[in-house]
Design a protein around this ligand. Structure first.
Ligand code: ZN
Ligand code: ZN
Length: 499
């Protein structure tokens, strides 16, 4: 049986995004050279960390710098509330691998607006695809470097995989399967008004598939020529009539205009509960068709609710599973965290029913921000999405309200939950705390002495219905971190959080 746990969202080469100087620290090479103090990029006391300070401001924390110590003190970073310092150096990743990490989705990342604000390395531009290409190439180089250190080509433990069979083989060898992906605002030059077309995205999907990419976010922070993005952070500004209400754009940095509409019926409360009224364009639909044709993983995070709904409408026709690789759940969020970037219960149901996969962001933060589900031996603590843990404190807990909102959990009987096996070779979710990937190794032996906390939705929902398997489906599942087979593990919402 194939065993391990998966991190579905990792920006190992973010140091090459954002103009090449904003995110500090290389994931490769000797630690002393790769992870020195960050002052050359972030300035004395981290005061020049433009993006880090901006992001802290966006999430309500003090933006005034940070300890700069990387090697040898490491008194400044890596740490759980920093997103602008390397946290996936190869030595650290190796430890995660030794601890059981068997699949990692390495997403090339960028944001042209933030890159435009930061100092850039010589010769670099803010361009999304420039940053993507550099990060994809760097992953290939890192694979070769690990090979060199391990005795030659193919000998290393860091293996970029392109098919499910390859992933399974690598994992069965006890190595790390690395899936390459892209998460930027304008994939394949899809800036609004740009040269993108249905033909050009088809061509681009083919080229990047050849380059090894298997996981793609059609949307990120901004509306693009493919569709509408989730109304979920301070970069966005409502440009419709609702903007007259000062609460709607309070705190907005005004970078990405969006036409919004009332979304309170979905439970949204962020900035009076607005949601983006834009859905997918024809070019966006063409992109999805191409991704399906190549058997690539479609990540539905960062989509507007309409874009996500249209995506699900489409993939359901083809029984094609999708992934939500770094999500949160609207039902257990509070206040401004209840935004379009979180999944509603209905969306989770659809992803689950399609054989897809949901990996929640687990973050250290304020327990007052989320509800804690305590029922029938099942606990989900601190499930939170797309926010950054900047307050730096953990307050003692508000317990789950009577109306905790986890309606989709209630169908489980207590007995079902208690017998939900935690482990047994299923995939575990590599959660994230701030910028640092955290991988909880889950002990499959529920021996009674171990406090056992599980959110095994699969068990609560029973076995998924059988479905026809289209050619290529097997590959998609494996690449998505699922393990198809007799036990059909971890498809559906796999918020399996145990310790
Ligand atoms: Zn720094
Ligand atoms: Zn993201």
């Amino acid at each position: 049986m194939t065993k391990g746990f998966a991190d579905l969202h990792n920006h190992q080469f973010a140091n090459l995004g954002f103009g090449g100087l904003a995110f500090w620290g290389s994931p490769a090479g000797p630690v002393a050279a790769a992870l020195p103090w960050c002052t050359p990029a972030h300035g004395p006391g981290g005061l020049g960390d433009v993006i880090g300070n901006l992001i802290k401001t966006m999430y309500g924390s003090t933006p005034f710098g940070h300890h700069v110590g990387g090697n040898p003190e490491f008194d400044g970073w890596p740490r759980w509330d920093s997103v602008t310092h390397q946290s996936v150096h190869i030595d650290w990743l190796q430890r995660a691998w030794e601890g059981g990490l068997r699949l990692m989705v390495m997403l090339a990342v960028n944001n042209e607006h933030l890159a435009g604000l930061a100092n850039r390395a010589p010769g670099r531009s803010p361009d999304d695809m420039e940053a993507v290409d550099l990060q994809l190439q760097a992953a290939v180089s890192l694979e070769a470097a690990v090979d060199d250190a391990s005795g030659g080509p193919g000998m290393g433990w860091y293996r970029i995989v392109r098919t499910p069979a390859e992933a399974r083989r690598v994992i069965d060898q006890g190595k790390l399967a690395v899936v390459l992906g892209i998460e930027v605002d304008y994939p394949f030059q899809s800036k609004p008004g740009g040269p993108v077309s249905e033909a050009s995205v088809r061509d681009a999907v083919g080229r990047y598939h050849t380059a090894g990419v298997r996981h793609l976010f059609p949307l990120h922070f901004a509306d693009n020529a493919l569709g509408g993005a989730g109304f979920q952070n301070a970069l966005e500004i409502a440009v419709d009539g609702s903007a007259a209400d000062p609460r709607v754009n309070f705190g907005s940095l005004g970078v990405y205009g969006m036409t919004t509409e009332d979304g309170t019926a979905s439970g949204y409360e962020y900035r009076t509960g607005r949601r983006n009224s834009a859905g997918l364009s024809d070019v966006g639909l063409a992109l999805l068709h191409s991704l399906m044709a190549y058997g690539m993983v479609i990540d539905v995070d960062h989509m507007s609710q309409r874009s996500r709904s249209q995506t699900l409408d489409l993939v359901e026709r083809y029984q094609y599973p999708v992934v939500s690789g770094h999500s949160g759940f609207i039902d257990i969020c509070h206040g401004a965290k209840r935004h379009e970037g979180q999944l509603t219960g209905a969306e989770i149901e659809r992803i689950y029913s399609g054989g897809g996969l949901v990996a929640p962001i687990i973050r250290q933060g304020d327990r007052d921000e989320v509800d804690t589900w305590r029922g029938a031996g099942t606990v989900i603590e601190h499930v939170q999405g797309t926010g950054l843990p900047v307050r730096g404190r953990e307050s003692r807990g508000r317990r789950g309200r009577a109306g905790h909102g986890f309606q989709w959990l209630r169908r489980a009987s207590a007995a079902q939950v208690r017998t939900g096996r935690c482990g047994g070779g299923r995939w575990r979710i590599g959660a994230r705390r701030g910028g640092l990937s955290v991988h909880r190794r889950l002990d499959g032996q529920a021996d009674g002495s171990q406090r056992h906390r599980s959110a095994d939705i699969r068990h609560q929902r029973g076995q998924p219905r059988a479905r026809r398997h289209a050619p290529g489906l097997d590959r998609r599942r494996a690449v998505a971190g699922s393990d198809r087979g007799r036990t059909r593990p971890a498809t559906g919402l796999s918020g399996r959080l145990c310790d």
